[in-house]
Ligand binder design. Sequence first.
Ligand code: PHE
Ligand code: NA
Length: 501
Amino acid sequence: AAHKREVWSGRSVFIMAAIGSAVGLGNIWRFPYIAYENGGGAFLIPYLVALLTAGIPLLFVDYAMGHKFRGSPPLAFRRLSRGSEFIGWWQVLICFVIGVYYAVIIAWAACYTFFSVTEAWGDSPEEFFMGDFLHVDGESSFGMSFVPGVAWPLLLVWVATLVVLALGVQRGIGNANRIFVPLLVVLFGALVVQALLLDGASVGLDAFFTPNWEALTDTGVWIAAYAQIFFSLSVAFGIMITYSSYLKRKTNLTGSGLVVGFSNSSFEVLAGIGVFSALGFMAQAQGVAVDEVVAGGIGLAFIAFPTIVSQMPGGPIFGVLFFGSLVFAGFTSLISILQVTIAAFQDKTGLGKVPAVLTIGGASAIVSLLLFPTTTGLNTLDVVDRFANQFGIVGVAFVAIIVIAWILRRLPELRDHLNSVSSFKVGLGWQIFVGVITPVVLGYMLFSEIRDRIDEGYGGLPDDLVTVFGWGVQVAVIVLAVAMSFVPWRRGIEDEFELDE
Ligand code: PHE
Ligand code: NA
């Protein structure tokens, strides 16, 4: 065919890229907190069950879709069945939305890597973050007051991202992951060692690992485990379909999935150890219980960690290791998100790589630069993130599984595809995990999230903000996804893939 699809040079570079995508901010700042809040050491049981009964099985679905149908999500779904193309676009548009704000957090972390050297936050990290750094305006919902100290670093993040993407799948994405993933492991490994040597580390680890067995009888804990696994593996919203579409025909898919799934979880547990050692130190230094200093997300990274850096011996080194890790972990995830949108656009239009990067990547950069480095950007980011993750990702995963497993009844076909190339064979168990357990859990998560957001709004933030950047964005994404599925493909591509080889 005229349009030759790019390929990875081998399986190991694909595995590296898939690990780079999966290991992200969620491993570092989300897992430790979620585990602590949901039973500590006992959480590892539901977590492992979720990994084995949903995370890895869904990863196999993504791999089978991308590898069998050799396309970005819309093309893969289109080739699966004409009517399911909109699911692919829904995934693509969610990736677009996530990409525009994910870059912002990387830009913050890059700034904090430098701030760590001089401990620029002085003795009040919180005031520094909200005031001197972000200039947060707590009064308005929308605003266009730019904060240059964030805008310039964000521009650099976008330039770096687009350069990697323009270099292509193997030369750009493959090589970036071959460098950054090992570098991340080294940096983060050094951080964990330094954290373990801190006074009070054992107090933190006790708090983290002490099992609360009663948690196992709580449905909420089980849901939290599945939610963490879905989020952390980035399954079922297009990334792994895209990456596996560049694999050579004969590739051991399930073997790769097992490596990726377990690597991601190992990194999470390692992060739990590093983060709680550091929190134990902070609690001890302040003479309070660990419970009082535990945080997750932005609060952990940009308020608690700077405090720790200021209080510990060798703080600047620790800060550089921590924020540097966030940058590398985030960057390899960001390129994977962006590649989904670019690949889809290329497949649909037949446009070359560089023009596609410039238009779609450029558009992402512009939206990102207009919305987030502003005095109202923090709240906007918070709302967009919440709805994209708890509504968008969960919703599209739920619909995709229902359509693949129940409406089209294509799991046997995907199973045969996996087994025809892979060492680790899947069978009825896999079909039950994917077809029954996963949709039940996703459906429950989706409907309870919708109910709670309708009843309570979100995080005490103004209703207009939640309406526009929460519901509004997610509804627009779905409408646009359906519309995109009516736009014609470049001639013949929907059907030409059989001829590829
Ligand atoms: N799964 C990644 C994490 O654990 C985050 C991520 C989100 C990656 C979206 C890609 C796309 O942090
Ligand atoms: Na992850």
